[in-house]
Design a protein around this ligand. Structure first.
Ligand code: E4P
Length: 223
């Protein structure tokens, strides 16, 4: 399972990449705009933090085919380990097909249906990003859409991975993991909510209380 941080915030990336084994970072125009930085400066800084061997998924902002192609070519020339996020519109599908022909790696994003996913996989997208919470918000059964997309990819052996995105709670995350999703991209608050449990802290406190009662305060495991 690949694990990505869904944020453009350097503090969150530093904090969580220090703790967790992440595969990279995903951004989108909204996340970049929150940081109030030029996208190139921000991507440079993100890569400096996570390392050049990790993956970044960064999105184009053009809505037309030619603009998407130009932005994708620019990003892929500048960054070795980048997957260019292309929204699955009509122009986006055409761009994914052309970029795949050029050997440029793409992530088909803003995916809301299995139909979009099937066409994007066929067009040559390396990743497909279905938006779980945005689907759940309209009673669109986000997890079921992810499950259907995984099935399509497996049925046809497409050389494409599903990177489930748009999470607002840890239940959505674990539900897609149980379906065998290849990758997840998770915002910092949801990631942190997955990292512990009050009973774990309680159990640790009880262990140490029992230990120190017998062996003395502050004693460690030693020979
Ligand atoms: C992936 O990178 C998507 O852009 C992102 O997960 C969307 O999340 P949101 O629905 O919380 O904006």
């Amino acid at each position: 399972m690949e694990l990505y941080l869904d944020t453009g915030n350097l503090n969150e990336i530093k904090e969580l990449s220090d703790i967790l084994r992440i595969d990279g970072v995903t951004t989108n125009p909204t996340l970049v705009s929150k940081e109030r930085k030029n996208i190139i400066d921000l991507l440079d800084e993100i890569i400096e933090v996570i390392g050049e061997d990790k993956i970044v998924h960064a999105q184009v902002v053009s809505k037309d085919y030619q603009g998407m192609i130009e932005e994708a070519e620019f990003l892929s020339k500048r960054y070795k380990n980048i997957y260019v996020k292309i929204p699955v519109t009509v122009d986006g599908l055409k761009a994914i097909k052309e970029l795949s022909n050029e050997g440029i790696k793409t992530t088909a994003t803003a995916v809301f249906t299995a139909h979009q996913a099937a066409l994007a996989a066929k067009a040559g997208a390396c990743y497909i990003a279905p938006y779980v919470n945005r689907l759940d918000n309209i009673s669109g059964e986000g997890v079921k859409v992810v499950k259907d997309i995984i099935k399509i990819i497996n049925n046809y052996n497409f050389n494409t991975k599903v990177i489930a995105a748009s999470f607002k709670n840890s239940q959505q995350v674990i539900d897609v993991i149980k379906e065998g999703v290849h990758s997840i991209t998770v915002p910092a608050d949801v990631m942190k909510s997955m990292m512990g449990h009050p009973l774990t802290g309680y159990s640790v406190d009880k262990f140490i209380f029992d230990w120190e009662r017998v062996f003395g305060e502050g004693t460690k495991v030693t020979f």
